[in-house]
Design a protein around this ligand. Structure first.
Ligand SMILES: NC(=O)c1ccc[n+]([C@@H]2O[C@H](COP(=O)([O-])OP(=O)(O)OC[C@H]3O[C@@H](n4cnc5c(N)ncnc54)[C@H](O)[C@@H]3O)[C@@H](O)[C@H]2O)c1
Ligand SMILES: [Zn+2]
Ligand SMILES: [Zn+2]
Length: 364
């Protein structure tokens, strides 16, 4: 049996997304079909639509999702029909060199479903981040479904599936922020605000939120930023000196770039204290190039890191973060700015660009 359900696809570079019928096949061995309850709209979906990730159109968009397991293929033991799950894009293989070295967060053979979802004419869909969840039903590898407690609001839980986890993890796992550190976060959308929340969780002494938009800065403050800088109209030196002014003229111990552009990365690089850490979590596009004097890289020391998915391990991190949320120690609900329908994704991209939301979440 296969299911025909609506799905939000991106058919060609830059074109508006469309809601069309898609076919979700019955799960084979190691796969599960999930009834999606909610799926957040992430900037990465827009990167796909704009051709910034690759050109394997058509894409089935959506990847920050939570739902309920509807069907399992042969041999699936980690979840059962009816389980509440958050989808993830890091189902580690356990076999590759990274996994065997005990660093599964760097796994380079993560699992996705082995068969594609398709258009009704059989055209295979490329699922965004191997998920594809702007649809009421999706097919994923069993390891991509992380069991969590039932009863949690799926709109909140789903956000852990990508951007919020990426931001929190950039601070907590990748940097990692230490108690007493000063931290600056450049770009305070969903990912950057999550990095702010992560820095707070990790015990940062000072958390400086930087964005071009005061609304984003207000949200960052709600999530625990101690200081904010509106960098609109500031050049690199202006951003750097704003951070230095707020860190006893040293620069921050950790600067997280949650925009992912050469200019924001350079701001992060120079806004650090000597031997500080830069974490790049925003995703650059293929044409972007970076120019930095190599002598500055040498002379300033420290660590230049990038963070994929916050170096998370879904099985470890999702339940833990949801527990912190349930205990009132992590305001994950603050990330859900609006709840929208499946037909509203294109508008949500415009809203994202306009900067009036942290996350729009499609409710299915
Ligand atoms: N590394 C990962 O695993 C991972 C996971 C999810 C998303 N991402 C990426 O993280 C980035 C942010 O995602 P998001 O969903 O928060 O996007 P978003 O559009 O909601 O937020 C981006 C924010 O950056 C601000 N901004 C833009 N240019 C700026 C500049 N020059 N200086 C300061 N602020 C600036 C915007 O005002 C906005 O608030 C995207 O590139 C996305 O693809 C990475
Ligand atoms: Zn592996
Ligand atoms: Zn995402």
């Amino acid at each position: 049996m296969a299911w025909t359900v609506p799905g939000v696809i991106s058919r060609s570079k830059g074109a508006p997304v469309e809601t069309v019928d898609i076919v979700v096949p019955e799960p084979l061995a190691g796969e599960v079909v999930v009834d999606v309850a909610a799926c957040g709209v992430c900037h990465t979906d827009l990167h796909y639509r704009e051709g910034g990730i690759n050109d394997e159109y058509p894409f089935l968009l959506g990847h920050e999702a939570a739902g309920t397991v509807a069907a399992t293929g042969e041999g699936v033991t980690n979840v059962a029909v009816g389980d509440t799950v958050v989808l993830n894009w890091r189902a580690v293989c356990g076999q590759c060199r990274a996994c065997k070295r005990g660093r599964p967060q760097y796994c380079f053979d993560t699992h996705n479903a082995s068969q594609p979802m398709t258009l009704t004419d059989g055209t295979p869909l490329s699922a965004a981040l191997g998920i594809g969840a702007f649809t009421p039903k999706t097919l994923v590898a069993a390891g991509q479904a992380t069991k969590v407690d039932a009863g949690i609001d799926p709109a909140v839980a789903g956000l852990l599936g990508c951007g919020v986890m990426a931001g929190i993890g950039a601070a907590v796992n990748t940097a990692p922020v230490q108690r007493g550190d000063t931290v600056a976060v450049i770009g305070c959308g969903g990912v950057g605000c999550a990095a702010v929340a992560g820095a707070v969780l990790a015990g940062a002494r000072r958390v400086i939120a930087i964005d071009l938009d005061d609304r984003k800065l207000a949200w960052a403050r709600q999530l625990g930023a101690t200081h904010t800088v509106n960098s609109r109209g500031l050049d690199e030196a202006g951003v750097v000196s704003a951070v230095q002014d707020l860190t006893d003229s040293f620069g921050a111990d950790v600067v997280i770039d949650a925009v992912g552009r050469p200019e924001t990365w350079r701001q992060a690089f120079y806004a650090r204290d000597l031997a500080g850490t830069v974490v790049l979590v925003g995703v650059p596009t293929p044409e972007m190039q970076l120019e930095v004097p190599l002598l500055d890289v040498f002379g300033r020391g420290g660590a230049l890191k990038s963070s994929w998915y916050g170096d998370c391990l879904p099985e470890r991190d999702f339940p833990q973060l949801l527990e912190l949320h349930a205990d009132g120690r992590l305001p994950l609900d603050a990330f859900v700015s609006e709840r929208i329908g499946l037909g509203d994704v294109e508008e949500a991209f415009a809203t994202m660009k306009a900067g009036t939301v942290l996350r729009s979440v499609v409710i299915l």
